[in-house]
Each structure stands twice: as C-alpha cells, then as structure tokens.
Design a protein. Structure first.
Length: 122
C-alpha cells in the first residue's frame, strides 16, 4: 500500500521504520495535512479524519478547499516530440489525448509503486 483515496482526496503513505508507524500526507493540495497510525485500520480512520478536518478548517476560514484536478493538462513540448506523439497515437489508432492519457497513467502508476515492500517475508 502506498496510497489511499477518500472523498476525492488521495494520500501518499510511507512507513517509518524507526518509529514503527505509518505516516500519510494528503497529496495534491497546497496545505500541509498529515496523519499517522500504527495499524492499517487506524491509518484509514486517521486519513478520513484528516480529510474531514481539512474540509472543516477550510469552511471555518471561508476558503474553498483544493479539489481533485480537473483533467485538463496543458503541456509545452518541442515540435519534434509533438510529431513523435502524434505518430505514436496514429499508429495505435488513438487520439493524442487518449494516447497521452494512457502513457501518462502508466508512467504515474509505475512511479507510485514502492521500490520495496515493507514487511514482506516472502
């Protein structure tokens, strides 16, 4: 486990071996919102409480909480890369948007995978 999702928010999860705790941080928001727990069940509860607290604090301050991303992404790339992307999409009989979405999704998933598994005795 390296991330959790609740109410449209995602948390990045890490394990602190020195303190023997799971530590989570809300991802994709400007504010710092973190939580911790010693078990996965406690971590899930703490994550839900952190999101709910973030939303409550925003409401108290009269601020709009940062929400999940819109799905629109503007990129500036070189004409050579643009041509290569168009060609790759055309070869797969896809639009550039569909091709880029799949490629970026795979890359993001690969980057989100932990480099090792904690507590795996196999």
């Amino acid at each position: 486990m390296n991330s959790m999702t609740y109410n449209g928010y995602t948390a990045r999860i890490e394990y602190d071996d020195d303190d023997a705790i799971f530590v989570g941080h809300l991802a994709g928001i400007r504010d710092i919102a973190s939580f911790q727990a010693t078990t996965v069940a406690e971590l899930k509860t703490a994550f839900h409480e952190a999101v709910d607290h973030y939303l409550a604090v925003c409401a108290q301050r009269g601020e709009t909480p940062q929400r999940p991303y819109s799905g629109n992404l503007m990129l500036r790339i070189s004409p050579d890369i643009h041509a290569a992307v168009a060609t790759a999409a055309q070869v797969r009989k896809q639009s550039i948007n569909r091709w880029a979405s799949e490629v970026l999704g795979k890359a993001a998933s690969a980057d989100a995978r932990p480099s090792h598994q904690v507590g795996n005795s196999r």
